[in-house]
Design a protein around this ligand. Sequence first.
Ligand SMILES: C[S@@+](CC[C@H](N)C(=O)[O-])C[C@H]1O[C@@H](n2cnc3c(N)ncnc32)[C@H](O)[C@@H]1O
Length: 345
Amino acid sequence: MAWLKAGDDKSTKWVKEQIDILNQKGWYHSIQLPDGQVIEGVQPIDHLKARIARFPIPEDLSGKRVLDVGAWDGWFSFEMERRGAEVMAVDCIDFEKFRIAHHLLGSKVDYRVLDVDELAPATCGRFDIVLFLGVLYHLRHPLLSLERICQLTREMAAVESFVIDDGLEAGPIAMEFYETDDLGGQTDNWYGPTTACLLALCRSAGFVRVELGEVVKQRAHVACYRHWEPPPLHPTSAPPVLKAAANNRDWTNRFPKNKDLYVCCFFTSAEPGLTMKDMRIELDGYGVPALSTATQGNDGWQANFWLPSGLDPGLHEVRLRTVNSLHSNAVPIEVLPAANSPIPF
Ligand SMILES: C[S@@+](CC[C@H](N)C(=O)[O-])C[C@H]1O[C@@H](n2cnc3c(N)ncnc32)[C@H](O)[C@@H]1O
């Protein structure tokens, strides 16, 4: 049963108690220092370890780049650094405690004070793993933020979010909107998705494999991958032949930047009865979710996808396969520089 609910006095009381504890302790995350001493925060070390263990993140992260979004006191950033990663930590608030911990640990984590909306590959680069823990429901534009997280991710984003149910993977796809301080008396809680909605948002943002882990006290843990599973070792169908990838507004292969555009892939395949779930479309090697498939008669098929936001101007490569086949040929599409003023986000 959901125990944290909007407009509920008990929930507001519980959140207030947590804030009182935070004010007493001063630290949200506990931090273990090199000499073994522990700065005790609201979240004990064991709790933090259990939280990160809910994601499939290797113990050895040598050679990997990790971004921690909404890092607060930085336990997750320092943990990724301990595992050998090159880490960037960002938060919209300049937390003095992060800087103290950074100094005491002799950390090399690149700490930046940035809002989620300010993150972009052009300024931060891309990351093998992105941690997006406890941030989504604080944002006014959750899908747009997930799109940004997707753009920055090369392999997997670890998304942890408040949900309004106890983990109904096949439940209703719906989201509560909190206009003011409805949830827990906090003004920066904007949305409460169902678990199914959280998974759908992650997929719609561009992650093609979205795996729900544990849901603990209305916190869902989702591993979001940018790549499809590897092609079959023993394909049972011939690769599709991709004829064209066209802009649905003018049927060219040109796509002006900053517009909401759909790509129509026209291909042939001898496989009967293809559905969206059978399609494995790729753009520049990253998976993109199909939004529809339709037969065009004989061996002809059409599959559409939403053009991911934030693509750089220039040529990009589309190819596809089915669950049963290897890849088709690749065809180019061209992203054109933005014709009009950028959207204000
Ligand atoms: C609930 S805390 C989660 C902290 C930490 N990631 C964790 O899971 O323990 C939310 C964090 O996100 C940060 N945050 C909230 N809105 C943000 C935004 N728009 N851009 C960047 N960080 C934000 C807050 O300052 C805070 O540090």
